[in-house]
Write a protein that binds this ligand. Structure first.
Ligand SMILES: C[S@@+](CC[C@H](N)C(=O)[O-])C[C@H]1O[C@@H](n2cnc3c(N)ncnc32)[C@H](O)[C@@H]1O
Length: 676
């Protein structure tokens, strides 16, 4: 074991804690890694470090971060990557038609949008959507991207003449990059069979040979730099930079984002109130030495104000234990697809972009987020181990992949469909009207297919079952009421349905992602689960539930006294809410709660509460119980030293929501038990 001080800790901000908390060790399986030098507790900060290099994944103009960028160069590099990719794809497809389908399973982005649900008759809308496709298929922001890495290389080895005016350039030492691991085909020729490695080799050689700006570059050095970026760098999502004084309406919008924006775990900085702009690639000297785990013991966030990456412990770590974080994004922009999804998909992604077969505790455990229905006893309790054998925990029947129900084409189609909808609701794809209209019946059909279709229903313990409920909840609690009105949604029972769907999703996250099932107590393998991934994925649906409850249980007229004017259209329009009517006619008994007045310097006002709809009490109480009792105490421990503003804001919203559900359901039951 080696002390980190011996290897140089210039980039580390918390030098003292870092060198006392960790040691460098050659470990079995994960190789050279950082291990705990003493027992660590949730909330302990292991490393605060400044990136050695940082650049935009998709630069759009020449800037301090991309001084060598030009549109022409960018297009040239993208077309080189595309040519090599197309070439490779053609060769592979000619020799192996099955590879075409496999190719599409490697990523969860646009490829996952090719399923038949979008075969509606509105061609014009489809055309518009086609135009939105990015210039190259980046798979996801997780993929570090070859063109941006090639441009970033010029920061380290700048061209001599034309760019002598590039200012404030950081000077790198010759050996700055020797510290990083990369797959080296000179030592292991087998790397030449790896698709991404091969692509990087071909493109970097072509760049050095043909682009004058790179004529001074050693192709071998350029190639190993790009491979090092792929193997070691992190993606972070930064907010848009603000150079103008903030207009009050923008400030209000930022406040709204502050409340809503819970979607990027890689960016949890204190300014996380603006929507994110371009993803940024950051290479850390010491941060790159932590191993990956899909059930990690640390959580990584970026602090833009200090330009530092922070690694915080999220569960107890014993002395000597390998310190891990998730190389896969834990944020819910890839909801279900990666950290929430099945082991083969996570492993494929890590193999494709990080060049290793993941052997973390979750990947070698039973694949808990991919349960299927046993074809012998018909219970949804059959799971696959890392030897690819499906075993039913109810009747012990065993099956191979070929014999397992749902696995194969059906699973692929369901995954494509749900990820296509997720990309439209929360990703970069637009939700057009026809897609929205057919979303609900399509998803319901997946859960309960008509017998004549002769297809398997999505199994209860499969991650897509959870994500389908997340999508349905988003539809019933948000999309439908926004389009057709809250009153109609409520009248049709869709709000209650949405709350029940939200509960299914939260329970999936809690029972499968935050912890793992334990059907068979004799099974010794049991990974720890991923609290942060469950929390961030849950936030998307929680924010809808919280908004609904906080809005509908507050009597907004209680503190407003003005005479009704016959011409007051706003007043009339607001009367279509059934519950407001009931309050005004005093059918229900309001109680009061204190809250900070939003526009009044933190002054508190009395909020008059409205009893909770009886039908909603059960799902809401269950949601609140899972989140407030099982998640929040742990999240509070994690944020104890860092006090991350965004995390704090989420915690306080969830706490207020729990409080409101409790008070207004009490009010509802006391109203119900009062004789008329
Ligand atoms: C970013 S590097 C980590 C530091 C590296 N071991 C070094 O010496 O610089 C990533 C490499 O660590 C190993 N590794 C990390 N996490 C792993 C995991 N969960 N399973 C298997 N190998 C892992 C793989 O060899 C991977 O290519």
């Amino acid at each position: 074991m080696t002390s980190v001080d011996q290897l140089g800790i210039d980039t580390v901000i918390n030098k003292k804690e870092f060198s006392s908390n960790v040691l460098v060790k050659d470990c079995p399986v994960v190789g050279r890694s950082l291990v705990a030098n003493r027992p660590l507790a949730p909330g302990d900060v292991v490393l605060v470090e400044e990136p050695l290099i940082k650049y935009n994944l998709k630069p759009i103009c020449r800037s301090a971060k991309s001084p060598y960028y030009s549109k022409k160069l960018w297009n040239m590099l993208n077309s080189m990557v595309r040519d090599v990719e197309d070439d490779k794809f053609q060769q592979q497809y000619i020799s192996d038609p099955a590879a075409e389908q496999k190719q599409n399973q490697d990523g969860y982005d646009d490829e996952y949008d090719s399923c038949d649900y979008s075969s509606s008759n509105e061609d014009d809308e489809q055309d518009q959507e086609e135009e939105e496709k990015p210039e190259t298929n980046h798979d996801s922001d997780f993929c570090p991207g070859v063109p941006a890495a090639i441009i970033a290389y010029l920061d380290i080895h700048p061209p001599t003449n034309q760019f002598s005016n590039v200012k404030n350039r950081r000077l790198y030492k010759r050996d700055d990059f020797d510290f990083f691991y990369n797959p080296n085909s000179d030592i292991e020729p087998a790397w030449l069979d790896h698709k991404t490695v091969k692509l990087i080799h071909t493109v970097t050689q072509k760049v050095a040979d043909t682009i004058p700006l790179f004529s001074h570059v050693d192709p071998y050095d350029l190639r190993s730099f790009v491979l090092k970026i792929y193997s070691n760098a992190h993606t972070i999502v930064l907010p848009r930079t603000r150079s103008m004084p903030t207009h009050p309406s923008k400030k209000a919008r930022r406040e709204m984002y502050k409340a809503k924006f819970g979607d990027s775990v890689t960016y949890w900085g204190e300014d996380a109130v603006d929507p994110p702009s371009t993803p940024t690639i950051a290479l850390l000297r010491w941060g790159s030495k932590f191993a990956h785990s899909c059930s990690p013991n640390m959580f990584l966030h970026f602090e833009p104000n200090r330009n530092t990456m922070v690694f915080t412990v999220i569960r107890p770590v014993k002395e000597g234990q390998v310190l891990t974080f998730s190389y896969l994004p834990e944020d819910d922009s890839t909801v279900g697809g990666l950290v929430l999804g099945g082991t083969p998909d996570r492993r494929a992604k890590l193999q494709k972009f990080k060049f290793f077969e993941c052997s973390c505790e979750r990947c070698v455990d039973w694949d808990w987020s991919r349960g299927i229905t046993c074809n012998a006893c018909h219970n949804p309790t059959s799971f696959r181990d890392d030897k690819h054998v499906w075993t039913c925990f109810s009747c012990q029947a065993q099956n191979s992949d070929d014999e397992a129900t749902f696995i194969g084409e059906r699973e692929d189609l369901v995954q494509q469909t749900v990820m296509g909808f997720v990309a439209r609701i929360h990703g970069h794809r637009r939700m057009n009207e026809s897609t929205m209209r057919m979303m609900e019946p399509y998803l319901l059909e997946l859960l309960d297919p008509a017998p004549e279709k002769n297809v398997v229903a999505v199994p209860k313990n499969h991650w897509t079952h959870g994500v389908i409920h997340f999508l349905l909840a988003s539809y019933h609690l948000n999309l439908f009421p926004r389009t057709f009105g809250k009153g109609l949604a409520d009248q049709l029972g869709l709000t209650r349905q949405g709350l029940e769907e939200a509960l299914v999703y939260i329970e999936f996250l809690n029972n499968t992602i935050r912890t793992h099932p334990n059907f068979n107590k004799a099974v010794t393998l049991q990974s720890n689960g991923n609290l942060m991934a469950a929390f961030f994925a849950g936030w998307r649906v929680l924010t809808l539930v919280i908004d609904l409850v906080m809005d509908i249980t507050e009597n907004k007229y209680a503190n407003v006294s003005y005479e009704k004017d016959d011409d007051d259209e706003d007043y009339e329009a607001s009367r279509d809410n059934k519950q407001d009517e009931e309050i005004k006619s005093n059918k229900q008994q309001p109680i009061a709660e204190k809250k900070s007045a939003e526009n009044d310097g933190g002054k508190t006002v009395d909020v008059v509460l409205i009893p909770l709809n009886q039908d909603w009490i059960v799902p809401l109480t269950k949601i609140s119980s899972v989140v407030n009792k099982e998640w929040i105490p742990l999240i509070e421990q994690v944020s104890k030293t860092q006090q991350l503003a965004v995390l704090q804001h989420m915690i306080s919203q969830i706490r207020s929501f729990g409080d409101r559900v409790e008070k207004t359901s009490f009010l509802s039951s006391s109203t119900a038990s009062t004789p008329p």
